[in-house]
Design a protein around this ligand. Structure first.
Ligand code: ASP
Length: 308
């Protein structure tokens, strides 16, 4: 039996057994709620609070739907109208929200480490779920990417996975690496302009390259990343047309990958910058499947943390 989780901050060190258990749980919840049309009252009477300090479309909506489909009460804490923008500290915000009674706090923050900080200070009954912190981790994205791949390919150890783009600033890339390595992927390639790649020591076991044509060669799974301009200093900003030329996933470049390679992207996508529209909307794209899987993965995580 995998160890019981109290919080979900990162996938690093979770181990294959726990990851597979969460993916299995996401799959059985998908069946149980008839692909989203039926509600299951596993979390009736529990309160989930979405605390998002950075913009989000998919992740926040997906956590909200996940909690509602499990019968929980959901509150979205609007940062722009909150006291945090009036100078209240994060800890005051935490204790104020706790006083209203909550069971889980789903948090997104531009600074890496914020969810861990909240774990250290939250009341004992509150579970913290990381919905993306800085460039550190985005564990539910890593899980939903693994689930999407698992739906199409059973054996992770036989796969070549290429992650291309702004790896340096990407919490998605880090959580994907942790998930895929734990599940058995041995050929994991990270590709992007040299200035947008982390130091190899940060992600051991991955191959690093600044040449997308060779990094995509024979890949079974290609995960494209957005240029995270909000985390870049101006000198790192590449010219978009030149970037697409070298690092964009075009139909021509996709032909270098293994036949039927799966194309993933966490969104939001920038068409014509990191991915061509014909690929994003093409038959190999799994982007909308990722979005659908996101709800089931988040249901699995909330159920795991909160169900008594
Ligand atoms: N939505 C993902 C994240 O929050 C990826 C991105 O923003 O590019 O990290």
């Amino acid at each position: 039996m995998p160890t019981h989780l109290r919080h979900l901050i990162t996938l690093q060190h979770l181990g294959a057994e726990t990851l597979e258990h969460l993916l299995d749980r996401a799959e059985s919840l998908r069946e149980a709620c008839a692909h989203g049309t039926r509600r299951i009252d596993l979390l009736r009477g529990r309160t989930v609070l979405n605390l998002f300090f950075e913009p989000s479309t998919r992740t926040r909506t997906s956590f909200e739907l996940a909690a509602r489909r499990l019968g929980a009460d959901v509150v979205n804490f609007d940062i722009t109208s909150s006291s945090t923008s009036k100078g209240e500290t994060l800890l005051d915000t935490l204790h104020t929200l706790e006083a209203m009674h909550l069971d889980a706090l789903v948090v997104r923050h531009r600074e890496s480490g914020t969810p861990e900080f909240l774990v250290r200070h939250a009341a004992s009954g509150v579970s913290i779920v990381n919905a993306g912190d800085g460039n550190h981790a985005h564990p539910t994205q890593g899980l939903l990417d693994a689930l999407t791949v698992r739906q199409h390919r059973r054996h992770f150890d036989a796969l070549t996975v290429t992650i291309c783009g702004d790896v340096l600033h990407s919490r998605v890339a880090r959580s994907d690496v942790h998930a895929f390595q734990a599940l058995g992927v041995r050929d994991l390639r990270l590709c992007g302009p040299g200035a947008l790649l982390p130091a190899p020591g940060e992600l051991p076991g991955c191959a690093f390259s600044d040449n997308f044509d060779s990094a995509v060669e024979g890949a079974d799974v290609i995960i494209m990343l957005r240029l995270q301009k909000e985390r870049m200093v101006a000198t790192l900003l590449p010219d978009e047309a030149a970037y697409f030329e070298r690092y964009g996933l075009s139909q021509t470049r996709l032909r270098r990958a293994a036949p039927g390679a799966l194309v993933l992207h966490p969104g939001p996508i920038n068409r014509g910058v990191e991915i061509a529209s014909e690929v994003a909307d093409g038959t190999q794209s799994r982007i909308l499947e990722q979005v659908a899987n996101g709800v089931f993965v988040r249901m699995a995580v909330l159920a795991e943390l909160l169900a008594r």
